[in-house]
Design a protein around this ligand. Structure first.
Ligand code: MRU
Length: 352
């Protein structure tokens, strides 16, 4: 499913498969400027940390195009800041905007047309790179799953949350591609239902056996021995290995620890934020109450009753058996393992 984020040469815009309507309808949304890109990110037309990063990279190019004319550099600077702040938790958004800015700083001689062409190419490169990294996560992650495993996942960390293939679902796809028989329990993931709608949609399409469970069935399913491993994605991993992911993930991890089920996180290095020392420093998005008070257009809570809609929580590093990255499976203690993965990558990049 590498088609859900598409650059359209013909329309000179970014086309996104609108995830708000899946699996019922396959509608497309056109990002034509910064405002429409921010809207797509905030309303979750597109969501999932790496997919947000790829969209933001194209968003920088759209911002550059929009900023044309006298004073374009100053206008562009403001548009990039607005874009970077569209959602707070997934660090891939900031990572992508900073990467585009850094590339511009190295080519500061470019005129407006030159920067637009350069950034379109770089956004396409980031898009392709994410596809490649997810495959590597799949290849490394295949080793943590055994033939016959039933894997629980929370939210959607699949093709729809990345450029293609997925991170947590990349691990599952990697194991299936390696010839293992794997079935999946997708937690429904209230309130936006990423598990029930998106994970089930993707896996069912691929013919990978999947059952959807209510979020609150987790304890019973583990107690009955129906879950062999848990694999989830991440929106931001702190330097010590604490991992923010969709609300409810830390509860799954606590239950996994209680029942002795290994709990893995899968994410590219771009999701690891070395500037954030621990999970306590990760900003948690607080979304509109309407996502909780309503299911579709139907109101389910009484008028005037307040709700919580924190979108993410943090799983402490000590509950994580391994972090599957494009550079292999990092094992505890994660602080040194993360530092080593980055040094190794930086050394390889410097040698090229
Ligand atoms: O609010 P969302 O749908 O953007 O949250 C997504 C998640 O929590 C995913 O698990 C995470 O971004 C990893 S995506 C490979």
């Amino acid at each position: 499913m590498d088609w859900h984020i598409q650059y359209s040469d013909e329309k000179a815009c970014l086309m996104l498969l609108d995830q708000r309507y899946l699996p019922g309808r396959e509608d497309w949304y056109a990002c034509t400027d910064t405002q429409s890109t921010i809207y797509a990110l905030q309303t979750m037309v597109v969501r999932g940390a790496p997919a947000i990063g790829v969209t933001a990279a194209y968003g920088c190019w759209l911002a550059a195009r929009e900023a044309a004319g006298e004073g374009w550099r100053e206008r562009l600077d403001q548009l990039l800041t607005d874009l970077e702040n569209a959602r707070p938790t997934a660090v891939n958004l900031r990572w992508a905007v900073r990467r585009m800015r850094a590339a511009w700083a190295e080519r500061s001689e470019l005129d407006h047309a030159g920067l637009c062409a350069f950034w379109l190419e770089l956004a396409q490169h980031i898009h392709d790179e994410d596809k490649r990294l997810c495959r590597l996560i799949g290849t490394h992650g295949a080793a943590v799953l055994d033939d016959g495993d039933t894997v629980m996942t929370h939210c959607n960390a699949g093709a729809l949350a990345t450029a293609d293939y997925g991170t947590a679902l990349g691990v599952i796809r990697g194991a299936v591609d390696a010839g293992k028989s794997i079935s999946v329990i997708a937690n429904e993931t209230r309130p936006f239902l990423q598990g029930a709608r998106l994970t089930a949609y993707e896996l069912h399409k691929d013919g990978i056996p999947v059952k959807v469970a209510c979020d609150n069935a987790c304890s019973l399913l583990m107690k009955r021995g129906l879950v062999d491993k848990v694999v989830v994605g991440a929106d931001r991993i702190a330097a010590n290995g604490d991992a923010a992911n969709k609300i409810g993930t830390s509860g799954v991890a606590i239950l996994a620890r209680h029942y002795g089920v290994p709990f893995y996180v899968a994410a590219p290095l771009s999701t690891i934020d070395r500037e954030t020392p621990t999970g306590d420093d990760i900003p948690i998005e607080d979304r509109t109450p309407r996502e909780v008070t309503h299911v579709g257009d139907h109101q389910i809570t009484p008028d005037g009753v307040e709700v919580f809609n924190y979108a993410f929580d943090v799983t402490p590093a000590e509950m994580i058996a391994g972090i599957v990255t494009e550079r292999g499976v990092l094992r505890p203690p994660f602080g040194p393992a993360i530092a080593a993965a980055f040094s190794e990558r930086d050394a390889e990049e410097a040698a090229v």
